[in-house]
Design a protein around this ligand. Sequence first.
Ligand SMILES: [Zn+2]
Length: 226
Amino acid sequence: MPTSRHFHYIRPVRKVNARPLFFPRVSGILLRMKDRTAKIEYTLIRSARRSIGIEVTPDGAVVVRAPRMTPLRQIETLLEEKSAWIARARRKASARSQAAAAAPLTAQELSALRAQAKAYLPGRAAYYAQRLGVDYGRITIRTQRTRWGSCSSRGDLSFNCLLMLTPPEVIDSVVVHELCHRRHMDHSPQFYAEVHRVYPDYDKWHGWLREHGPVLLARAAAATKA
Ligand SMILES: [Zn+2]
């Protein structure tokens, strides 16, 4: 059973109805499940093991291993419980395979992105800070592999220069997120209420970043290694 947890610096907003539903059809050992947006097949392998294991292979396939006598209902309940983890693992697998095919960013490209970010981001921060009625300290532009932005307890902001490869709406969503930490240094419901008040489309563009961001981070990681 996978136990590792993957933390995104910007955490998704949990919605009660966002949980995928699984509709299995048994045919031999192949079961099918699907959520509202995509069909997810999984292969069930029963053997003399003692616990249920869920694996997402590098090509995104879901393999479930279970003891011979475990009721199907119990397996499906576990799949439902783990559906967010499965979706995340499949997104990562997909991003990794896309990244493997994507061209690494060159040092020149990264330096151009940093220059663009330095010219563009302070204006967006100033604009939204005024709308929120908050202040902030220094703005630092970095090339990071895991984070899109951060806000220190002193109010210094940092942004990933790779944001310049995303739509302007994504950039604004990250700017608003970090500035809202000037009011709430957590990801509480109050924090997200503030985010949505200033930026109603936050979930949509945050979703874009979750889907496409990993490829950009991988391209940068490939560049810094070279
Ligand atoms: Zn945050």
